[in-house]
Design a protein around this ligand. Structure first.
Ligand SMILES: Nc1nc2c(c(=O)[nH]1)N[C@H]1C(S)=C(S)[C@@H](COP(=O)(O)O)O[C@H]1N2
Ligand SMILES: [Mo]
Length: 471
């Protein structure tokens, strides 16, 4: 029985046979009313592959330590079995399992350009040897600080989402069918797992700027790592600038983070110190930070010229000026507008149906085109809404195209950077249904029905559609 029922392709044709199998029970529990109870006991994955991995871990034993077994584990430090294996350096969050306001570190997505650098191989990320250089023609005093120095500085904590601008890219394919020229979106298919929330402890940039003394001519600040690359010790192209105006406005909330959810910043998330730019696309939050250059000119790097930029007819590229600084890119490579604030978004804790996606994640719990199953019974549906620029005002849902209905926000508005959980009760009839979710922020900005094309598929913030099958 198990053999047949574990085989997904077989299961479709032998649905009756498998109705009472462990697999289908577990799947119903996963996305149904009892999900809260189920997550405590069900192993981390639901695919055949991860079930094998999970069974290697005795019940009740912590899975925090990295163990071999998961594909691409060698490129990360933390155990990636609770994540979606998108490719060698990108691991998405399993948003359908999210329950808490603060995302546990083991469930927090990792978005890397290159494998995670480790202190054992590269002293530049060892807290004992780490140093941060702050310099440039727009500061009064250069400064070099050690990890110990940083820990002595005044710090704060902030609850904030971290979102990759590529989050939701899959929906350009699934909902807007942008799979072929002339509107072909490329990149990593995050589904909606490129967002999570942590409580970050950081030294505010206002403090740092006070220390170095900002000159009047200051224009931009480059947060630079240059560490993660192909070989330890080899200079690399990782980092991204921010306008100085933004730092002046938000100097208390932008900063140098050294702790995440109360523990030292984990290696995969930028240890020992990363920049944190709450509310902006994650690319601005440079991990493994080693340099801040504050200058009277603009900076052009990969992450604001060819990557993490909006490229398309609706987004004319900026024109670099004389005297601007280029690192690892040339002036003619400035192709689009840098992504900044994350727009209002929402998600339901149900996995998206993926059928047009070029490549399914290695361990996605659904086959291509397969719809998640819910029980035909009264249940509480859950989701998350975020609108970090201004804060969430309201969330509405619409079922099968009926009228939009406001739903209950569970969390108080901590600050505009924090997401808020919502829930609503639903007693669905058997059959197929589509649930849509929509956030409106405090400035009145509301998730639209569609968003314009951009080549890299950034900032998909249109209303997401969650198709489910109820039986
Ligand atoms: N040095 C460095 N910093 C980086 C990256 C990187 O590859 N290298 N990725 C950026 C991107 S695009 C995102 S979305 C966030 C992701 O942070 P996380 O991996 O902690 O979730 O880190 C940013 N900082
Ligand atoms: Mo990103």
């Amino acid at each position: 029985m198990t053999e047949k029922c574990n085989n997904r392709r077989a299961r479709a044709s032998t649905a009756k046979l498998c109705q009472n199998s462990i697999v289908s029970d577990r799947r119903q529990l996963l996305w149904g009313a009892s999900a809260l109870l189920a997550t405590a006991t069900v192993p981390s994955g639901v695919t055949a592959q991860s079930k094998v991995d999970a069974s290697a871990t005795p019940a009740g034993k912590s899975t925090a330590a990295a163990e071999p077994g998961a594909k691409n584990q060698e490129n990360f430090v933390k155990d990636i079995r609770r994540l979606q294996n998108l490719n060698a350096t990108n691991q998405g969050g399993q948003y359908w399992r999210y329950r808490t306001l603060v995302t546990p570190i083991e469930d927090f997505f990792i978005r890397n350009e290159y494998p995670t650098p480790r202190a054992a191989r590269d002293p530049r990320v060892d807290p004992r040897f780490w140093s941060l250089k702050i310099h440039g023609d727009a500061v009064e005093r250069e400064l070099s600080i050690s990890y110990e120095d940083l820990l002595k500085m005044p710090s704060r904590t902030i609850m904030s989402t971290m979102e990759c601008a590529g989050n939701g890219r899959s929906l350009f394919w699934e909902q807007q069918h942008m799979v072929a020229q002339p509107a072909k979106v490329g990149g990593t298919g995050w589904g909606l797992g490129g967002v999570a929330q942590a409580e970050w402890e950081y030294v505010p940039m206002s403090h740092i700027l006070g220390f170095v003394g900002l000159k009047k001519n200051a224009k931009a600040a480059l947060f630079w790592s240059g560490i993660d690359g192909r070989e330890p010790g080899q200079a690399s192209d990782t980092g991204r600038p921010v306008p100085i105006e933004m730092l002046k406005l938000r100097g208390d909330s932008v900063g140098l983070a050294f702790r995440m959810n109360g523990v030292d910043l984990p290696a995969d998330h930028g240890a020992p110190v990363r920049a944190i730019v709450p509310g902006w696309c994650g690319a601005a939050s440079t991990k493994w930070l080693t340099e801040i250059k504050i200058a009277s000119h603009d900076f052009w790097v990969r992450l604001n010229s060819t990557a993490h930029v909006m490229i398309g007819p609706d987004y004319p590229p900026p024109v670099p000026k004389q005297g601007d600084e280029f690192r690892f890119v040339k002036p003619d490579q400035v192709r689009g507008q840098a992504v900044t604030w994350s727009p209002p978004r929402s998600l339901l804790t149900v996995p998206l149906v993926l059928e047009r996606q070029p490549k399914l994640p290695h361990n996605y719990p659904l086959q291509a085109g397969e719809k998640p199953m819910l029980r035909a019974a009264a249940q509480t549906m859950r989701g998350y809404a975020w609108a970090p620029q201004h804060g969430v005002k309201k969330v509405e849902v619409r079922i099968d195209g009926s009228a939009w209905q406001a739903v209950k926000l569970i969390d108080p508005p901590l600050n505009h950077y924090s997401w808020r959980r919502f829930e609503f009760d639903w007693a669905p009839a058997p059959g197929e249904h589509v649930i849509e979710t929509r956030t409106t922020d405090l400035s009145g900005r509301q998730q639209p029905v569609t968003v314009p094309f951009n080549e890299g598929g950034f900032d998909f913030w249109a209303v997401p559609k969650f198709a489910v099958r109820v039986a």
